[in-house]
Ligand binder design. Structure first.
Ligand code: ZN
Ligand code: ZN
Length: 505
């Protein structure tokens, strides 16, 4: 029997997939589309998925696409990529840089750029879909690939859910997604628990009294009022939130007045809040209102301030067991290129999907910056200054090894639930005294000497009951004594094999 893992088997086709992926990526990069306008991208995605043999549903929540590939009984895994670009003028100087413009929701013509790297996500997920479809003897179960619109507005996932996503997708065991980040290309980073912040944007309108610039005594100056609010808001995080609790409050935009000698009658501030904890979120939002109202009273404004919430994102909190399984797969495949992802202050609406489906999820980071460039900046202590991050007009993921790594990561992640060899590799947990089980690419190992081992395998949905086998002295018996169907026989056999392997050590 071949010792090749399922991942190695599926990824043997990467050499062919890579050829069209690189061209496809550059094409999508040159044709970025704003949130809810991803028509060209969505139809390119649908066409390719159909070609790979997926059942394809288009127009889900607007421009969303869901592809489904059934491959016998087993678990079901959902992989998600977002598709939208940003109103940013690209300044990367790349030969395939975007010069595109589009009309935004407000009716203005704006430059458009894939400044968040969602073109990487689309390309990698399509590549993974082709590879999985081309190696169906290496896995069983159902693969769901989801291409989501409008992540940048925070409502793309919700719109897919409202449009009947749950019925369309069916039962799923795990939902997974990745994001390209300003980290060394070739690496992937997982993180258990909090990984991305919750985000809230708030528009605050304060009212003053307009007058001639030479007669301030007749005015209530909204520009001075807005300036005081901006300064006072700096104390929310620094004075009201514990230093151990991460939170961000940014005033991203301030608009007031039209001319140097005219005192206007209003000012509008746009704020952005990032938090990881619901009570911190409430404290910050409440403090903002209190300070704005207080400053308006101090200025004696003729009417109350107005508050409008928009672009709200939930916190992303990775499930521990799902992330552990993912990390085990990544470590086996990538070695030390599988790392721990630092806590991110950005936000995502991905978690709206698993929340609606009622399934655990994990979201990991994918490096996109040339590794040497990154290391040099790191050595000089200049990462923050020299490495353009997502949303920068200079953000430019290197094509390779970024696309390869992102594609490999998705395949390895899916196979952690669907791979034919996974049950042999992941025999968790070990029950017994002081035993710790570690899955490796060749098998599962327990760190303490064994007298008895219980191997349990999380059951794919189709098997309805989680069965395991208790092995003692090299013999194994099914825990519940019920007849074994063929996949379970595999498990039972592997338990015996693993047990013998452990005893022979
Ligand atoms: Zn973004
Ligand atoms: Zn993004």
């Amino acid at each position: 029997m071949s010792t090749e893992t399922a991942a190695e088997g599926v990824l043997a086709g990467l050499g062919n997939t890579r050829v069209w992926q690189e061209a496809f990526y550059q094409d999508v990069h040159q044709h970025p589309e704003l949130s809810h306008q991803e028509h060209r991208t969505a139809s390119a995605v649908s066409e390719r998925l159909r070609g790979f043999g997926f059942e394809v549903h288009e127009g889900v929540g607007g421009t969303g696409v869901v592809g489904k590939l059934r491959n016998g009984a087993g678990a079901s895994v959902l992989l998600r990529a977002d598709m939208d670009a940003l109103p940013v003028k690209e300044r990367t100087g790349l030969p395939y840089a975007s010069t595109a413009t589009a009309v935004d929701a407000a009716g203005d013509s704006v430059p458009v750029m894939h400044a968040c790297g969602h073109d990487v996500h689309v390309t990698c997920l399509l590549g993974a879909a082709e590879l999985m479809a081309g190696a169906r003897d290496r896995w069983h179960g159902t693969l769901v690939v989801l291409f989501q619109p409008a992540e940048e507005l925070g409502d793309g996932a919700k719109r897919m859910v409202t449009d009947g996503l749950t019925d369309l997708v069916g039962p799923v065991d795990a939902a997974l997604a990745q994001h390209v980040l300003a980290l060394p290309a070739g690496t992937v980073g997982t993180r258990t628990g909090s990984v991305l912040s919750a985000a809230d944007s708030m528009r605050v309108t304060v009212h003053g009294r307009g007058a001639h610039g030479s007669m301030p005594q007749s005015s209530i100056d909204p520009v001075v009022l807005a300036a005081m609010i901006v300064v006072r808001l700096q104390t929310v995080i620094s004075r009201e939130i514990a230093p151990t609790e991460p939170a961000v409050l940014t005033v991203g935009s301030i608009r007031g007045g039209t001319k140097s000698n005219v005192i206007g009658d209003r000012a509008v501030l746009e704020l952005n809040v990032r938090t990881y904890d619901e009570s911190t979120r409430n404290t910050v939002m409440e403090a903002i209102r209190r300070i704005v109202v207080g400053e308006c009273q101090a200025s004696g404004t003729p009417s109350d301030p107005e508050f409008e919430l928009f672009d709200q994102f939930p916190a992303t909190v990775n499930d521990a067991a799902t992330t552990e399984r993912l990390h085990t797969g990544f470590t086996a495949y990538f070695g030390d290129r599988a790392q721990e992802l630092p806590l991110q202050s950005a936000s995502e609406d991905f978690s709206d999907i698993p929340e609606a489906l009622g399934v655990p999820y994990s979201y990991w980071g994918l490096g996109g910056i040339d590794a040497e460039t990154y290391r040099a900046a790191e050595a000089a202590g200049r990462v923050a200054q020299d490495i353009p991050v997502n949303h920068s007009p200079l953000f430019a993921p290197v094509i390779q090894p970024t696309l390869d790594t992102g594609t490999e990561a998705l395949v390895v992640a899916a196979l952690a639930w669907l791979g034919t060899d996974w049950t042999r590799r992941l025999l968790l947990p070990c029950s017994g005294q002081n035993q710790r089980s570690t899955a490796t690419s060749t098998g599962s190992r327990c760190s303490a000497s064994l007298t008895r081992i219980t191997c349990g395998v999380a059951s794919p949905a189709a098997w309805s009951i989680t069965k395991g086998c208790a092995a003692s002295g090299g013999s194994s018996t099914p825990v519940d004594g019920s007849p074994l169907s063929s996949p379970e026989k595999e498990i039972r056999t592997s338990c015996r094999v693993e047990d013998e392997r452990l005893r022979s050590r």
